[in-house]
Design a protein around this ligand. Sequence first.
Ligand code: GLN
Length: 308
Amino acid sequence: MDLQAIIDDITAELSPRLGEGNVADYIPELAKIDPKQFGIAITTVDGNTYQAGNAGTAFSVQSISKVFMLTLALGKAGESMWKRVGREPSGSAFNSIVQLEHENGIPRNPFINAGAIVVTDMVLAGHQPREAIGEFLRFIHYLANDDTISIDRRVAKSEQKTGFRNIALANFMRGFDNIKHPVEMVLGTYFHQCALSMNCVQLANAGLFLANRGTNPLTGFSVVSARRARRINALMLTCGHYDGSGEFAYRVGLPGKSGVGGGILAIAPGKASIAVWSPGLNEVGNSKLGSVALEVLAARTGWSVFGP
Ligand code: GLN
C-alpha cells in the first residue's frame, strides 16, 4: 500500500474545497488563522512517516491536548479518577453545562470541556499552574521525542479573556466540590494546555503510543500499559468528537480526538497514528475537511476498528 500516494491524492482532491467551514472565532487569536490550509501526517508503527500539504505548519491543538492530559492524570490518580469524571458520551456540545446540574457536577467524560477541566484539576494536585504546565509540556516532548514543541502564550491569553463558558463550568463544578483548586489556577492551566502548538508530524508522533500497545515504537519509550492504551482509544472513539462522535465512528471507524484549532488525531491500532489539520469547522466544532480526509483515508487503506 502506497500511503504517500494516498495522502497526496487526498490533499489534491480536497484543494478546491479549502476554506470550507468556519474557524473558531470565540477565541480571538484563532479567528485570525487563514482557513485555506490543510495538512496530514501518518506515522506507522514500523517507523515510517508520510506527510502532505501543510503538515509542517504548527497549529493550536486545543482539545486534542485532553488526550495527553488524561494520560498524565491516569498515571497520577489511576482508576480512582473515575469517581470524579464519567466515561459516557454526552450527546451534547463540547462546552455544554446542562448535564452537570443533574449529575452532581460529575462531567460525562474527560473530553468535553467540563471533564477536561476536572482532569486538569487532578494533574494540578497542589502544584502551581506553572509547574503543572511545565510537567505537561515535558510529557509532550517525551511522547513526540521533540523538545522544540511549545505553548503559544498569545492563544492562552486570548482564551483567558473570553473563556466565559469555561469559567462558568469550573465555578459550577466547584459548587459541587468537584474542583479542588481555585478556579483561576485550574483554568490558567487548562487554557495553556489547550494552547499547545504542534504540526501534524509532531502530533502523529505524540499519538503513536496509542497505536502500539502503549509504547512509542520510534523511541522504545513505554508510556502506558497495553490495556490503558486500549481504554484511552475506547474513550476517543465514543467521546472524542462530542455530539459528532457517532458520525465520526460511522464514517471513519477509528478512535479520534478533535480540537477547535481544526486538528484531529486518529489512531489505527496496530498500524498507525494519523494527524490532520484544516481550520474550518463543521456545525459541531470538528474540522470539516479533516473529517472528510480521514473518511477517505480509512476507506482507501481499509483501516477500521470494526473489521477488515
Ligand atoms: N480551549 C477550547 C475551549 O475550552 C477547547 C475546545 C475544543 O477544542 N473543542 O473552548
